[in-house]
Ligand binder design. Structure first.
Ligand SMILES: CC(C)(COP(=O)(O)OP(=O)(O)OC[C@H]1O[C@@H](n2cnc3c(N)ncnc32)[C@H](O)[C@@H]1OP(=O)(O)O)[C@@H](O)C(=O)NCCC(=O)NCCSC(=O)CC(=O)O
Length: 332
């Protein structure tokens, strides 16, 4: 590879110029902006080349497949870490899938069974993780609704507005929390609970951070408030459930007594996706209300999650299932 990092950036920038895309110029000193997060910008030409290919590819997908205009990033989040470029989030999602695949294959190959009793350090880690996410979700749910009220948002149909800085900040934290939620899978792997690592789980975790990168990058205010607030409140309940599950005894009686409401939690999660679908339909019928073409993506994405969750619900709680778990990775 003979081409230097800066030349590659310049070439991508020229390509972008030719397409009249000026949102993120990668030439000269700006090349460190997206990659500085990893600390390898300008250090070698290969990572820079790979990163430029990922950057250009991800932007092209967002523009051509979803139809969004990447030339207009939000001024609120433009300079915040992990937002300027899609490279960090794409690398994080792909690395996440690769690590989970290698780790779960190792568990399977070694014949390791789920832990009967978690060691103290793991119990503490799980409790701290769930308490942190429960509190963070509460903070975000409350903060987002307070901001929505302050700016007199309607339920749907609020255009993105770069003057709503605090709302943009909350949505940014919400996006970063989606990357932190990879820890859920780490918990499952440490517990060797391969039954929990389903296609639903992997699809959800690897994709949701990319979806929220798009929103944090382009339009972290306006209608984004609705799904962020709804999901935050659902996550308050979900991490309370997991916190309880991690602290009570493992026997069936105890589970039936304290975790019976897991079924209703899954129903609330499905209602959440139905609400997102309804919001997307509203956005499609009122194209000027939020960001053009974004409702189309939200519609397809929410349908896919609703389908996964319906399958999860039927498999786990269906009459004849007797507590069966949804389909897992082949590795286990
Ligand atoms: C009831 C649910 C919330 C959870 O379903 P599960 O099948 O995972 O529930 P379960 O009863 O087996 O969970 C109990 C086990 O989880 C362990 N556990 C504790 N904390 C955890 C954590 N943070 N992440 C993962 N597992 C955890 C407990 O120690 C216990 O282990 P042990 O059994 O060994 O004692 C469900 O509605 C759901 O979300 N199902 C999808 C599964 C999933 O991947 N969810 C998270 C991402 S989806 C999402 O987040 C959607 C959304 O945005 O709304």
């Amino acid at each position: 590879m003979t081409m230097g990092g800066e030349e590659v950036w310049s070439r991508v920038a020229e390509e972008e110029d030719s397409r009249k895309v000026v949102g993120w110029q990668m030439g000269g000193n700006n090349s460190t902006r997206g990659l500085g997060v990893f600390g390898f910008a300008n250090s070698s030409s290969l990572p820079a080349t790979v990163a430029s290919v990922i950057d250009a590819g991800a932007r092209r997908v967002v523009e051509k497949v979803i139809g969004l205009n990447m030339a207009k990033p939000s001024a609120i989040t433009a300079d915040l870490p992990l937002v300027r470029s899609p490279v960090p989030v794409v690398v994080a999602a792909v690395s996440y899938l690769a690590i989970v695949w290698v780790w779960s294959s190792h568990i399977k190959r070694s014949g390791l069974k789920p832990r009967v009793q978690d060691p103290k350090w793991l119990q503490c880690l799980i409790i701290a993780h769930n308490m942190f996410l429960c509190c963070l979700s509460f903070y975000l749910g409350l903060g987002i609704l307070t901001e929505a009220r302050r700016h007199r948002y309607s339920i749907w149909g609020n255009p993105s507005n770069d003057e709503h800085v605090k709302m943009g900040f909350y949505i940014y934290i919400f996006y970063v929390s989606k990357l932190y939620e990879f820890m859920d899978t780490v918990v499952m792997l440490l517990k060797r609970n391969l039954r929990q690592i389903t296609y639903l789980h992997l699809y959800h975790h690897a994709s949701i951070c990319c979806v929220w990168w798009i929103i944090a990058h382009l339009c972290p205010t306006g209608d984004a408030y609705f799904s962020a607030a709804f999901n935050s409140w659902v996550h308050v309940a979900m991490y309370l459930y997991y916190l309880l599950a991690a602290t009570i005894a493992k026997d069936e009686n105890c589970r039936r007594k304290y975790l019976f409401w897991g079924k209703y939690l899954t129903i609330i999660q499905m209602i959440q996706f139905v609400a997102f679908i309804a919001q997307a339909v509203y956005g499609l019928l009122q194209p000027a209300s939020y960001v053009k073409h974004l409702p189309r993506m939200l519609f397809c994405y929410s349908i896919s999650l609703l389908a996964f969750f319906s399958n999860f619900f039927i498999t786990k709680y269906g009459r004849s299932s007797h507590g069966r778990q949804p389909k897992r990775l082949k590795a286990d």
